[in-house]
Write a protein that binds this ligand. Structure first.
Ligand SMILES: Nc1ncnc2c1ncn2[C@@H]1O[C@H](COP(=O)(O)OP(=O)(O)O)[C@@H](O)[C@H]1O
Ligand SMILES: [Mg+2]
Length: 157
């Protein structure tokens, strides 16, 4: 587990750049948890910026999936908030293909799956602290090298 407090959006940017650097070669499946406005989409946007995505990165809450192919690795960004409960039940199998191969997949609102998805991934829990301050907590399921990489240099701003 790795936990970092980001006092400003700039702090979150530094964390996102560090994370991007650790996943840009092999890819990663990333679940993001946290209430509305916590900073899940903000983090995805900053990782995309770090990876050199040229398209405008927006929240996929209405379309469920956005994808970006202008960086050196494909990026898929799901927001499952609007999925009906029945749809949620079958989504784990749908997501499996997005966990395979060299790609980065972010899933917002994967609450249904916390700790249960059967493939390697990083889970990020975002919590409000106060004002512009956020706490990002990373848990590894089979990707411990990413957690170790995050620990190497503390970029708290
Ligand atoms: N330190 C910070 N880290 C991330 N976001 C921050 C921070 N400070 C302020 N914000 C703002 O908080 C909001 C988070 O919204 P968003 O990422 O869309 O939330 P979510 O996707 O979790 O619902 C954004 O407007 C972002 O600019
Ligand atoms: Mg969001």
């Amino acid at each position: 587990m790795y936990k970092q407090k980001c006092v400003t959006l700039e702090g979150t940017r530094a964390l996102a750049y560090k994370f991007a650097n650790l996943i840009k070669d092999r890819g990663c499946f990333v679940n993001l948890f946290g209430e509305i406005g916590a900073g899940k989409t903000a983090f995805v946007k900053l990782v995309a910026e770090a990876l050199g995505v040229k398209e405008k990165v927006t929240s996929p809450s209405f379309v469920i999936l956005n994808e970006y192919h202008s960086a050196s690795i494909p990026i898929y960004h799901f927001d499952l908030y609007r999925l009906e409960h029945a749809g949620i039940k079958t989504i784990t199998d749908e997501l499996r293909e997005y966990s395979e191969g060299r790609k980065i997949t972010f899933v917002e609102w994967a609450e249904f799956s916390q700790g249960e998805i059967p493939f390697n991934r990083i889970e990020i829990n975002v919590t409000y602290d106060d004002d512009d301050s956020r706490i990002y907590e990373f848990t590894s399921y089979g990707r411990d090298e990413i957690i170790e990489g995050l620990k190497i240099e503390n970029t708290c701003v």
